[in-house]
Design a protein around this ligand. Structure first.
Ligand code: MSP
Length: 514
């Protein structure tokens, strides 16, 4: 396969620093990580970016409450995010922080450039202001006409602010979206953006504030800090060195192949971001995929409802791959999905413990019992081999077709079908009867075929369940772990001895309610 031109740049949103990450936050990142790993496996030169969105009034206030500077506050809390991603085996290429100096410089240059070319101008921001909370609100955000945070009266005030000429780019944006059907996915989100936000008309966007200071200062007007979206969205290019001395990564990886975002921020990524890029005369990302939300008991996962645990507790209890598997397999990508520990356990038991774990363990036990753990290929075929081989060798293509459409649960399920087919193959070939009848050549071949299928299945699983894949391949003791081998049956080394082994997933039996 040609390596040339095969680059892939995938991003998650940058997260607000939080000490209270929940399983919903892990969803985007686990998916992006699996896609990045999958593309790497295919031979792409991949860049996977995640990070944190650290400016704004909320952070400024929290820091004040804690008696520390905003920088100290975010420095401390960011360790939490990094620790969470580590626990879930998230293999990002870069973690950007919007407080990093290179990001700050790039944002300042972008702001100045847009101002110099007339795309940013000074105007007046009018809004409803809550003085004790120091927050601006829109009419619709108010609750019974009062501040949604503290319930007090708000007053109409105006402040000097800079605006980005979003309206100027409306026609070009519509034209672009219409001529690039893959740009916003799934299609339902594209229709929503077009009908609800773009067609009614885009208004110029307020991009600076004077009412708080924890933000990136506007270089030519120091009262102002850059407000939210220019700061946050620019991370996707500042991380690659855009407008910096060394922009080689930018040249190589931009435009992004995929921005994965939650449904509530699709709007910013499909309207503000493309217009900013057009103003900067840069190509637009190839795709923005807006995924659904993970919900609990029909509602939002929320700290105040107390309906969630720290994801690291789940990881400790069930293992990183069990959590990854649930997030990747259970929720149709694009739709909302439910998270519950019962569902997690049920998926774990059915797919991981029974279908994969038990298959591997009983095959290795039989091999140990009958042939001292030596894998041997013979010519004594059974009537069931052809069907097994056909399914196993077609799976990489099937999974790849699903991955191209980002149908991740379907891709995973097609890989699982290898393991399900092997279990059926054991029922069909009844190795214990072959052993009893002394049909050693057939028995060796049956065990070889199962282990060869497991080898191929394990390689295909590696982007999704990296630890599991590694452990399966270690137990089989094969060196044939390359993706290119997954459509050819029979490459598992003849005559090798398996390594020490133990069950990779123990069935979970829970009697107590959590
Ligand atoms: N900082 C902004 C993004 C700026 S990107 C230029 C932000 N941060 S966030 O921390 O609030 O959210 C980060 C991601 O987590 C979003 O994609 C959001 O949709 C996702 N999720 C937060 N709760 C979620 C669920 N319950 N389920 C699935 N994803 C969820 O927005």
């Amino acid at each position: 396969m040609e390596k040339e031109n095969k680059k892939y740049y995938v991003t998650t949103p940058i997260y607000y620093p939080s000490a209270n990450f929940h399983i919903g936050h892990c969803y985007t990142t686990v998916i992006a990580d699996s896609i990045a790993r999958y593309k790497k496996l295919l031979g792409y030169d991949v860049y996977f970016l995640t990070g944190s969105d650290e400016h704004g009034l909320k952070i400024q206030k929290k820091a004040l409450e804690n008696g520390v500077t905003p920088q100290e506050y975010v420095d401390e809390i960011i360790l939490n995010a990094k620790d969470l991603w580590k626990s879930l085996n998230i293999n990002y290429d870069k973690f950007i922080r919007t407080t990093d100096s290179y990001h700050i410089e790039t944002v300042q240059k972008i702001f100045k450039k847009l101002y110099d070319q007339g795309d940013i101008y000074k105007g007046e921001y009018k809004g409803l202001y809550c003085t004790p909370c120091e927050s601006f609100w829109t009419e619709t955000q108010l609750i019974d006409g009062k501040c949604p945070d503290c319930g007090r009266d708000v007053s109409e005030v105006s402040e000097e602010a800079y605006f980005f000429r979003l309206s100027k780019y409306q026609d070009r944006l519509v034209e672009y979206i219409n001529s690039h059907p893959d740009f916003i996915q799934p299609v339902s989100r594209k229709n929503e953006m077009m009908n609800n936000f773009i067609k009614p008309g885009l208004e110029d966007l307020c991009v600076s504030r004077t009412s708080f200071s924890w933000g990136i200062p506007v270089t030519f007007d120091s009262k102002h800090v850059v407000y939210v979206w220019i700061d946050a969205l620019s991370n996707y290019i500042s991380a690659l060195g855009y407008l910096s001395e060394d922009d080689s990564l930018f040249k190589k990886f931009w435009p992004a192949d995929l921005h994965i975002v939650g449904k509530e921020i699709v709007r910013f990524h499909t309207i503000i971001w493309p217009c900013l890029l057009m103003a900067l005369d840069l190509p637009l990302p190839k795709q923005i995929f807006g995924h659904g939300w993970l919900i609990i008991n029909g509602g939002k996962i929320s700290k105040s409802l107390g309906n969630y645990r720290d994801p690291r507790e789940y990881v400790k209890e069930y293992g990183a791959d069990a959590i990854r598997y649930y997030l990747l397999r259970e929720v149709p990508f694009g739709s909302d999905g439910v998270f519950s520990e019962e569902l997690l356990i049920s998926r774990y038991n059915t797919d991981l413990a029974n279908t994969i774990g038990n298959l591997l363990n009983r095959t290795l036990s039989m091999l140990t019992k009958y042939f001292n753990g030596v894998i041997e290929k013979t010519d004594a075929n059974t009537d069931f081999d052809a069907d097994l081989i056909e399914l196993v060798t077609c799976t990489n293509k099937k999974a790849n077709d699903y991955m191209d459409k980002l149908e991740i649960p379907e891709a995973l399920d097609s890989i699982l079908s290898i393991f399900r087919r092997c279990n059926k193959y054991i029922d069909e070939t009844t190795p214990w009867i072959l052993a009893k009848e002394g049909k050693n050549a057939e028995l060796k071949n049956v065990l070889y075929n199962i282990l060869e299928s497991i080898r191929i299945g394990a390689i295909l699983l590696s982007p999704f369940l990296p630890d599991t894949s590694k452990e399966i391949l270690r137990q089989i003791n094969t060196k044939e772990t390359n993706y290119q081998t997954t459509n050819t049956f029979g490459l598992l080394e003849n005559g090798i001895s398996i390594a020490d082994y133990k069950p990779i997933f123990m069935r979970i039996v829970k009697t107590d309610e959590k």
